[in-house]
Design a protein around this ligand. Structure first.
Ligand SMILES: [Fe+2]
Length: 355
């Protein structure tokens, strides 16, 4: 069996092919990489029969619709998937073969209602239901997410043979694929004692989807073929549950402070730095900006961290229109070692709201 991960970044796309029949499937293709996939398929003389999404993605635009257009393959998702151009819907227990290789589909909701897990004889593709090591599992606060259902799905996956090697849809830190047996020891979310403990843990994180993720979902519902159909930040572990039990639940949480508190803090002798992460057009637009604010759009923040180096230990308050991008920016800063980062709740909409 041919098995390769094709993407350079944290989103994982798996090419699975059969040498004899020269047929192949792609799992979780990403739209911007479709030209690269077509080159790989041509090089290997493989015919793409199916493009499968393990769930409706919120962090990238699926390449399955474009692949369907360009090579005439089936676009496959779970029966609950809302994407309008899916041509083949799966249900729990569906079995088929890729050449001589059997594949079984499990319905594993939780991260989304339409999440599936693909079980091969030696490996299991878990989508965002189960990640590697202390990455834990996918978040459950997106539309249709259900922490209790996610717990049930994880328990179901844990009943599979322990030798199966887990290949998730995301890996943000280049962890190597490992077996279910190993993950039982290394993944903190698999060690929780009960469904209630799992639900309480995830509820306690109070993540809330960022605004940009809602735009990506809309693009995927509509089967977008334009990679610019939704704005997507770089370098953000967007699908991962932030914070793990191993590192401490609050490690990656961003503290939010109300507008009134920001206004009070700005009257101090040494006020906090205000980092406005909207576009320059928004910065000078109708909502205005906080007079002392520095404007670095979130899209380029990772590349411009050097400009903030002298403020690494100072208090920084991130601001955007409503709070979503500011939350993302705060996560980027915290991952880069900035120690006092807060988000202004409600963004400039809240700043301009009459008190
Ligand atoms: Fe996801």
């Amino acid at each position: 069996m041919i098995f390769e991960q094709l993407n350079p970044g944290a989103c994982r796309t798996y090419l699975i092919g059969d040498e004899q029949s020269q047929q192949a499937i792609l799992v979780d293709p990403v739209l911007e990489h479709v030209p690269d996939y077509l080159k790989v398929l041509a090089q290997k003389k493989l015919v793409l029969t199916h493009a499968i999404d393990t769930h409706t993605h919120a962090d990238h635009i699926s390449g399955a619709a474009a692949l369907k257009d360009q090579v005439g393959c089936e676009y496959v998702m779970h029966a609950q998937a809302p994407a309008r151009c899916v041509t083949f819907h799966l249900t729990d227990g569906f079995e088929c073969h890729l050449g001589n290789h059997p594949v079984k589909v499990l319905s594993t909701p939780g991260h989304t209602q339409d999440s599936i897990t693909l079980v091969f004889h030696d490996r299991v593709l878990t989508g965002d239901v189960l990640f590697l090591g202390d990455a834990g599992a996918g978040r459950d606060d997106l539309p249709g997410g259900d922490a209790g259902a996610h717990w049930d799905s994880l328990q179901r996956i844990l009943t599979l043979p322990e030798h199966l090697v887990v290949y998730p849809a995301h890996e943000y830190r280049d962890r190597l694929p490992s077996s279910l047996k190993d993950l039982k020891a290394s993944n903190p979310l698999l060690k929780l004692s009960s469904k209630q403990a799992y639900v309480d843990y995830l509820d306690g994180l109070q993540l809330g989807p960022a605004d940009w993720m809602k735009d990506v979902l809309e693009a995927n519902y509509a089967c977008a073929r334009d990679p610019k159909a939704a704005w997507i930040p770089v370098d953000v572990p967007a699908c991962e549950v932030k914070g793990t039990l191993a590192r401490g639940v609050n490690d990656q949480q961003v503290a939010a402070i109300p507008v009134e508190q920001v206004k009070e803090q700005l009257k101090r002798k040494t006020p906090p730095m205000i980092l406005d992460v909207r576009t320059p057009e928004e910065f000078t637009g109708e909502l205005g900006h906080i007079p002392q604010a520095l404007n670095i759009p979130v899209t380029g923040l990772s590349q411009r961290l050097g400009e903030l180096e002298s403020s690494k230990t100072k208090e920084i308050i991130t601001v955007c229109k409503s709070g979503g991008r500011a939350h993302t920016a705060a996560q980027i800063l915290m991952q880069a070692g900035f120690s006092h980062v807060h988000v202004m709740m409600g963004g400039m909409l809240g700043w301009n709201r009459p008190t």
